[in-house]
Design a binder for this molecule. Structure first.
Ligand code: AHR
Length: 313
C-alpha cells in the first residue's frame, strides 16, 4: 500500500514537472532602434501588443539609435538564454560577429523592417519588411506626374547607412533621372526625425529659396518638419512647394486633409504578428522565405479623408 502511494505521488510530480516545462512562456528579445518617428513607435507597439496577446515573455531593448547598443542588447539576450531574437537593425553592416554568437547559441534571429548585409545568410531566419526601393520609385513616379516632368526637388534623406535611406534614395533617383527637366538640387540627411527635417529644410530654403518646387522626404516625420519650415518661411506647403513622403502615419493623413502634404507612400510597421510567428516556425524547424515582403500602397491627398478612418497607425 505504501509503495502504491509513493508511486502515485511520483507520477503526480512528473506530470506537474512536465506541465511546468512545456507551458513555460516563450522568452523573446526584441532589439528596437529607438523612437525617432511615429512609424517606429507604431512598430514597437505592435511588437509589445502581440507579445502580450501570445503570452510571450518579451525582453525589450531601445537602442536610442546606436548600433553598439543593439549589439549589447543581443549579447544580453543570448546570456539570458532567450528562445528567439527579433532585430530591427539601425544600419546595414557590422552584424556578422554578434549574429554568429546567436547562431552558436542556437537562437533564431528574425529581422524586422530593415535588411542587413552579411556574407552568410544563415545568420538570420528571415527578413519581414517592405520594399524600400519600390517605395522610392512610387514616390518618384507620383512626383513626375504631379510636376508635369519638370522642376527642382530637394531631398531629406533618412539616417546614413540605414537600408530605407539607401534604398529610398536609389529608387527615387532611378525614376527622376529619366526626366532631364527634373533635378534633385539638394539632398541631405534629416535622420528620420521631425526636428532635423525642419532644420535641414530651413537651410535648403535659405540656400535655394523660391527655386524649390518640391520636397521628397524619406519619411513622414521629416516631411512634417519640412512643412513647418516652409510655413515659417511664409510659403504654403502643398501648394507653393509640393511635399511627398513615405510611411503613411496618422500625422501624414492629417496633414493631407489640411492640404499641406500632397502624398505619402505607405510602409507597414505592424509587423508583430508575423515576427513572432516566424520565431515559432523557426523553433519548429520550418524553413521560411528569406524575405517576407510587405505590400504597400500610395495615398495622394485626394483620398486622405476617406481613407483616414480605416488607418491603423
Ligand atoms: O525602417 C523604417 C523607417 O524607419 C521608417 O520609414 C521611418 O519612419 C523609421 O524611422
Amino acid at each position: 500500500m505504501k509503495t502504491k502511494k509513493l508511486l502515485v505521488l511520483c507520477l503526480i510530480l512528473i506530470v506537474a514537472f512536465s506541465v511546468s516545462i512545456f507551458s513555460k512562456p516563450l522568452k523573446i528579445g526584441f532589439s528596437q532602434i529607438g523612437a525617432e518617428s511615429a512609424w517606429r513607435t507604431a512598430e514597437t507597439e505592435s511588437m509589445k501588443a502581440t507579445a502580450e496577446e501570445l503570452g510571450v515573455d518579451l525582453k525589450f531593448s531601445d537602442a536610442q539609435g546606436k548600433q553598439e547598443n543593439q549589439i549589447k542588447a543581443i549579447r544580453s539576450f543570448i546570456a539570458q538564454k532567450v528562445d528567439g531574437i527579433i532585430l530591427a537593425p539601425v544600419v546595414e553592416t557590422g552584424w556578422e560577429p554578434v549574429l554568429r554568437e546567436a547562431k552558436r547559441a542556437k537562437i533564431p534571429v528574425v529581422l524586422v523592417d530593415r535588411g542587413i548585409k552579411v556574407s552568410d545568410p544563415s545568420l538570420y531566419v528571415t527578413l519581414i519588411a517592405s520594399d524600400f526601393v519600390f517605395e522610392g520609385e512610387e514616390a518618384g513616379k507620383w512626383l513626375v506626374k504631379k510636376m508635369n516632368k519638370k522642376g527642382n526637388i530637394v531631398e531629406l534623406q533618412g539616417t546614413p547607412g540605414a537600408a530605407p535611406a539607401i534604398d529610398r534614395k536609389k529608387g527615387f533617383a532611378s525614376i527622376i533621372k529619366k526626366y532631364p527637366n527634373m533635378k534633385i538640387i539638394k539632398s541631405q540627411t534629416g535622420n528620420f526625425n521631425r526636428a532635423d527635417g525642419k532644420q535641414v529644410m530651413e537651410a535648403f530654403l535659405k540656400a535655394e529659396g523660391k527655386k524649390i518646387n518640391a520636397v521628397y522626404a524619406h519619411n513622414d516625420d521629416m516631411a512634417l518638419g519640412a512643412i513647418q519650415a516652409i510655413e515659417e518661411a511664409g510659403m504654403k506647403p502643398g501648394k507653393d512647394i509640393i511635399v511627398v513622403s513615405i510611411d503613411g502615419v496618422k500625422g501624414a493623413f492629417e496633414a493631407m486633409v489640411d492640404g499641406k502634404l500632397n502624398c505619402t507612400v505607405e510602409c507597414n510597421p505592424l509587423l508583430g504578428p508575423l515576427a513572432f510567428q516566424a520565431i515559432k516556425d523557426a523553433l519548429a524547424g520550418k524553413k521560411l522565405k528569406k524575405w517576407i515582403k510587405q505590400n504597400d500602397e500610395v495615398f495622394p491627398m485626394e483620398v486622405a479623408e476617406d481613407v483616414m478612418p480605416s488607418r491603423k497607425y
